[in-house]
Design a binder for this molecule. Structure first.
Ligand code: HPA
Ligand code: ZN
Length: 335
């Protein structure tokens, strides 16, 4: 089964580029930029990645970002991620970045965007990995900070396909940003939002009805509300599920309890993604392996997950057809 997973053509739809900062690169950039980090070794960094909830993780995640300073740093970060996923047979990825995590530290929006997009362009040319870029608003910050970030992004609309919502979920419902997302939609940005990771099903309803999302990131807690499940199924609304993230952030107690198989059985358009792979113990293949072994997923279920990801991507009709064909060809030889 592991070999089947390795060879499966994959699509990633939920990945925070800052969450792909491996400890080795963190050290290298700290040295290059003469930034102090509170760790003596790579082992010490990894030992610190022991989280009880989302906020525990976010505190370390924002601290890790401090080493990212120059355009080249953002290029190196993104290029390292693309090389890793190319080696895992990920053919298309739609990634997030958190501009406010950098502009708040005095790094220019353009520095961040230029480094990431230059690497994504190289990924297309040199690795054959296609990609789209999404910008997330940090929901623990006020509405006016999100508006300011949106206004910084508008001149770069051709490089940023859409906007999302991340960071501390509890106490920061989607409705807090209804007006920001309305303006983002008016400007032609696609819309996604983290909802129902730690927050209640009401936050998923708000993401659907107030933010008018094209996709829900996580969405696990939707399962607590039957009417919400019916709505998500009726709308064929994709959920970007992140198994190892759920485990590391204690959204689930044990990987055997992961709701992915149940989501598929209910007819939800669930997909598998890595979220913050440097912090949560793995990229796409590791996430697929963990859930496949724990839940006894079949090759057919893995193909369904990948089909969901292709359909849930923002590729055009031809781009999707091309990936569906690659998946069909693979299933003919490997199933
Ligand atoms: N949830 C919320 N915010 C985040 C996450 C996440 O899983 N990863 C990076 N920022
Ligand atoms: Zn996330």
């Amino acid at each position: 089964m592991d070999a089947f997973i390795d060879g499966l053509p994959k699509v990633e739809l939920h990945l925070h580029i800052e969450g792909s900062l491996e400890p080795e690169l963190m050290f290298a950039l700290a040295q290059r930029n003469k930034v102090d980090i509170p760790f003596k070794s790579v082992e010490e960094v990894r030992a610190a990645y022991d989280f009880s909830n989302l906020q525990d993780f976010l505190d370390i995640y924002y601290q890790g970002m401090n080493v990212l300073q120059t355009e080249q740093d953002f290029y190196d970060l993104t290029w390292a991620y693309l090389q890793r996923i190319a080696a895992q047979n990920v053919l298309h990825t739609e990634i997030f970045f958190d501009p406010q995590g950098h502009t708040e530290r005095g790094i220019k929006f353009e520095t961040v965007l230029d480094g990431i997009t230059r690497a994504l362009d190289d990924g297309r040319k040199k690795l054959g990995v296609s990609s789209f870029l999404f910008m997330c608003f940090l929901r623990h910050l006020p509405e006016d900070a999100a508006f300011e970030t949106l206004h910084q992004a508008i001149p770069y609309k051709h490089r940023i396909l859409g906007v999302g919502l991340d960071s501390s979920e509890k106490g920061h419902p989607p409705s807090k940003f209804e007006r920001v997302f309305a303006e983002a939609r008016e400007n032609g940005f696609l819309i996604v939002a983290h909802a129902g990771e730690e927050g209640p099903p009401e936050y998923v309803w708000e993401a659907l009805d107030q933010l008018k999302v094209n996709r829900i990131d996580h969405g696990n807690r939707s399962l607590e509300d039957g009417k919400l499940v019916d709505r998500l199924v009726k709308d064929a609304m994709p959920l970007t599920v992140c198994p190892l993230s759920n485990l590391k952030l204690c959204v689930i107690k044990d990987i055997h309890e992961h709701p992915l198989k149940k989501m598929l059985a209910l007819g939800l358009k669930a997909t598998v993604n890595s979220d913050d792979p440097a912090y949560f113990g793995g990229y796409m293949n590791e996430n697929f392996r963990a859930v496949t072994h724990a839940l006894n997923l079949t090759k057919q279920e893995l193909a369904t997950i990948t089909k969901n990801s292709i359909e849930a991507s923002f590729l055009d009709k031809n781009g999707k057809a091309d990936l569906h064909k690659k998946l069909d060809d693979y299933m003919k030889t490997a199933a």
